[in-house]
Design a protein around this ligand. Structure first.
Ligand code: F6P
Length: 324
């Protein structure tokens, strides 16, 4: 009889920088704790299909600094249905998998909770550039995405001020304005459009005109993708109005998702991977490795999925004041 515990690890939803660092930490901590570790490819889709392979110490060598996820990922529609979850659980049982580590965003935590409700020992590690997951200050990948946005906006600002232009820059974040608000602070944007605080095109136009009148050499407007205002429409409208500045727009897109993780993300991912496996070794499950203050906390998955994370509006107002 094999009394070694076998844990599976998967990444799900949008890839985020630092996921590989978390996989590495799960594998190496698991093996150090005398467990078998199985990598599941393509997220929940691979769990349904039985895309499993045992992972050894050397299998996770050289991945710490790489963006994306070596386990590959997916947004599985099948897994959202009870039938898909049933198939996944059957595959896990066939493979002798005792527990599962799920690295991913909000949707992935919903999936993790569904499995835990059906008796599977599961632990979540929050990984998403959007930082929209309740129960943690920050998810893996958000810091790297912020730095990518900052570098891009700094470059765009060079052109904006050299030509006295208004630049409309679209950031990702799905339904969350987190990336846009934080980008506005670290990049000095004149205005930010976020889903949480709708504004009209006229208000944006007024901010651009104001910036011109105050003698600014440029105006940077950050538009979160979920703000409800299309960046192309906004750019067109602002250009039509004679506000002093000419206008250009840039949609940053998937550039924000890729790239080598920052030191912060590597550290956070490593700590979370270790904590997740240590928790499973102590038979702790049904939780997510959140970050409160400086410590890793275990947050019940039921709380994670039943609460909505809100953008801290203090930062939104701060960005406005600092751009004066
Ligand atoms: O969740 C990460 C994210 O990049 C969101 O910011 C964005 O809305 C979405 O994924 C894009 O998804 P996809 O890569 O499937 O187009």
């Amino acid at each position: 009889m094999n009394d070694k515990m076998t844990i599976g690890v998967l990444t799900s939803g949008g890839d985020a920088p630092g996921m590989n660092a978390a996989i590495r930490a799960v594998v190496r901590t698991g093996l150090t704790n005398n467990m078998n570790v199985v990598g599941i490819q393509h997220g929940y889709e691979g769990l349904i299909n039985g895309e499993f392979r045992p992972l050894g110490l050397r299998d996770v060598g050289g991945i710490l600094q790489r963006g994306g996820t070596v386990l590959l990922t997916s947004r599985s529609k099948r897994f959202m249905e009870p039938a898909g979850q049933r198939d996944a659980i059957r595959r896990m049982n066939e493979a002798g998998m005792d527990a599962l580590v799920v690295i991913g965003g909000e949707g992935s935590m919903n999936g993790a909770y569904a499995l835990s409700q059906q008796g599977i020992k599961v632990i979540g590690i929050p990984g998403s550039i959007d930082n929209d997951i309740w129960g943690t200050n920050i998810a893996i990948g958000t810091d790297t995405a912020m730095n990518t946005i900052m570098e891009a906006v700094d470059k765009l600002r060079d052109t904006a001020s050299s030509h006295q232009r208004a630049f409309l820059i679209e950031t990702m974040g799905r339904n969350s304005g987190y990336l846009a608000v934080m980008a506005a602070i670290v990049c000095g944007a004149e205005m930010t459009l976020i889903p949480e605080e709708p504004v009209t095109v006229d208000e944006v136009a007024a901010a651009v005109e104001e910036a011109y009148k105050r003698g600014k050499t440029h105006a940077i407007i950050i538009n979160a993708e979920g703000s409800g205002v299309r960046t192309t429409d906004l750019a067109e409208r602002i250009n039509e109005l004679d506000l002093g500045f000419k206008t250009r727009m840039t949609i940053l897109g998937h550039i924000q998702r890729g790239g080598s993780p920052t030191a912060y993300d590597r550290l956070l991912a490593s700590r979370r991977g270790v904590k997740a496996v240590e928790a499973l070794a102590e038979d702790k499950h049904g939780v997510m490795t959140g970050l409160k203050g400086k410590g890793i906390d275990f947050i019940p998955l039921v709380d994670v999925i039943s609460n909505k994370r809100k953008v801290n509006m203090e930062y939104y107002h701060m960005a406005k004041v600092l751009a004066r």
